[in-house]
Design a protein around this ligand. Structure first.
Ligand code: GAL
Length: 338
């Protein structure tokens, strides 16, 4: 009888302890510690960032143990900077233990970094790198002060110059170097992502620079902004093809979503990639890797969302554990051709 009573009391204590556990800021739940992670994405309706955010979530889940849980809240900035700023305010009020931020506008980086740092919350910036500018608005090739000056602020990303260079190199490595009609000039169309985004600026600049550095002459027929969107890519490419017809030899798209649109326009215009036109993208979406293998795209560049999301999570976890972090973490792009 005495033994039975002891067991009952012990069981009661276990249940009481479990019931008292609460979630919340580094909270204890059933003996486990629960960290609150706030993730703000610039736009859910973006192919690449969708892969990225899903992998962020999956990877946090995979790191959970009996002792450590991650309560991940992901919000959609809907390409609206004031919406995202409010979302960050909410994260601060909710007492997030770490914030992962994909800025809508890098020009607003300072304001957001300042309030997150003031709230003492570690910050991992992803995908859209804030840059330093001189007084005339030219990009300075140096680290961003808001990142450099704060121990718990860092940026995880890929150097967009590399992806642009790879696009240009893929064309340079073709037998005719993109000069289909053999007149000594590569006539191209450039379809750009969001111009405020350094990925768009660098890919536009460095794809062409790679061709020029290799000694080829280029001529830009059309250079327009498609804001990373498939429908825009199709529209811009269709109008370029109807205006310039067979003169268009190479179509550079700053990302694969726009290249998918351009591919549709190319088919609709009765043109054939690899025969009378070349098409380049960046991201290496699964669909586009397939198209490269089938010859429907000339090439793309892997924007490694797995490497980037895992690095971002690993760094966030370091912050949660109070370990020191670096200011910058870089993940390489990879050329994708047949
Ligand atoms: C780029 C990516 C684009 C788009 C953009 C959003 O790195 O190539 O497809 O997702 O980020 O900032």
């Amino acid at each position: 009888m005495k033994k039975l009573l002891t067991v009952l009391v012990a069981l009661l204590m276990v249940f009481t302890l479990a019931a008292c556990g609460n979630g919340g800021e580094g909270g204890e739940q059933s003996g486990a510690k629960t960290y609150k992670v706030g993730v703000a994405i610039y736009e859910f309706n973006d192919n690449f960032m969708t892969l990225y955010r899903n992998e962020l979530e999956n990877y946090f889940k995979s790191l959970e143990t009996d002792d450590v849980k991650y309560e991940v809240t992901i919000v959609d900035g809907k390409t609206d900077m004031s919406e995202q700023s409010n979302q960050v305010d909410n994260f601060i009020t909710q007492g997030m233990d770490v914030i992962i931020l994909n800025l809508v506008q890098t020009s607003s980086a300072e304001a957001l970094i300042d309030k997150i740092v003031a709230a003492n919350i570690p910050l991992v910036l992803i995908n859209r790198e804030p840059l330093a500018y001189d007084a005339d608005g030219n990009i300075l090739d140096e680290a961003y002060e808001g990142i450099l000056n704060n121990d718990y602020v860092c940026y995880v990303g890929a150097d967009a110059r590399q992806s642009g260079t790879y696009q240009g190199e893929i064309v340079a490595e073709l037998e005719n170097h993109g000069d289909i009609n053999g007149d000594g000039v590569i006539n191209y169309v450039m379809i750009e992502g969001d111009p405020e985004n350094i990925d768009a600026q660098y890919r536009t600049e460095f794809s062409i620079k790679a061709l020029e550095d290799a000694g080829y002459t280029v001529n830009c027929l059309v250079d327009q902004v498609g804001n990373w969107q498939q429908a825009k890519g199709e529209e811009i490419c269709a109008s370029a093809l109807s205006q310039y017809g067979n003169d268009v030899e190479v179509v550079f798209c700053n990302n694969d979503a726009m290249a998918l649109g351009a591919a549709a326009a190319i088919t609709a215009a009765g043109r054939t990639v690899g025969e009378d036109i070349y098409l380049l993208g960046v991201d290496a979406l699964e669909e586009c890797q397939q198209m490269v293998q089938n010859g429907e795209m000339t090439g793309t560049v892997l924007n490694d969302h797995i490497g980037q999301s895992h690095t971002a999570v690993d760094v966030a976890v370091k912050c949660l554990n109070g370990e020191a972090i670096d200011n910058y973490y870089w993940v390489n792009y990879v050329k994708v051709t047949k």
